[in-house]
Ligand binder design. Structure first.
Ligand SMILES: [Zn+2]
Length: 212
């Protein structure tokens, strides 16, 4: 039986990405769920888990950590809500978003930077890797206000001057895997990786990036 989003009513495709199953058996689509992330973000809990791969590779058999690996559990607070509770959470979140908008006068989006990662792009094959001179940098962070889109220009201000760069690819990083999901936009409360085709050595943890 086809399901539909309990909030916007849109038909949900089979295996659609980011659908949230609520406590009462109803569900909401990713777009609707994302509007509440400003107040109800995903939480991540690290735990030690048994791993057969780790067992093969761990040499220090006397260590307590033998055969274990660190896994990530993602906790979604929305799954603890009924549809009614989700609707009031959404209203509450919209008010919080308005308050943030008043705080960040006219900014289209505001992101708090976490860390910067440099990517080496392999233009060869997996057997014969060949690394390009082209630089790709990922800036991880959290959207704290507004809507961030691919192609947006982010600005960070330091004492000496303003620095800016254009987002080449935007990835939703709210996942438990090792890769992000490329997306066209991300709203407040989402963890993102912004990829840039230029060096991003002017971004530091805790910096505020602004899209005007
Ligand atoms: Zn929806």
């Amino acid at each position: 039986m086809a399901r539909s989003c309990g909030h916007c009513g849109r038909t949900i495709e089979e295996k659609e990405y980011g659908v949230v199953n609520l406590k009462d058996g109803q569900c909401v689509c990713k777009d609707c769920a994302d509007q509440t992330r400003i107040l109800y973000p995903y939480r991540y809990v690290k735990e030690l888990r048994e791993s057969t791969i780790a067992k093969e590779y761990t040499k220090l058999k006397n260590e307590a950590i033998y055969g274990m690996t660190v896994g990530t559990n993602r906790i979604d607070p929305l799954t603890e809500m009924t549809l009614e509770e989700f609707k009031s959470a959404l209203e509450e979140s919209q008010k919080a978003a308005e308050a943030q908008a008043a705080l960040y006068d006219r900014a289209k989006a505001v992101i708090e930077a976490d860390h910067v990662r440099k990517y080496y792009i392999n233009i060869g094959s997996s057997e014969k890797p060949k690394y390009n001179k082209r630089k790709v940098y990922g800036v991880f962070g959290k959207v704290i206000h507004g809507e961030l889109i691919t192609g947006a220009e982010v600005v960070v201000s330091h004492k000496d001057r303003d620095y800016s760069a254009k987002i080449w690819e935007l990835q939703d990083w709210d996942g438990t895997g090792h890769t992000g999901m490329p997306v066209g936009k991300a709203t407040a409360g989402k963890l993102v990786n912004m990829l840039f085709e230029q060096e991003m050595n002017f971004v530091f943890p805790g910096d505020t990036l602004i899209v005007r």
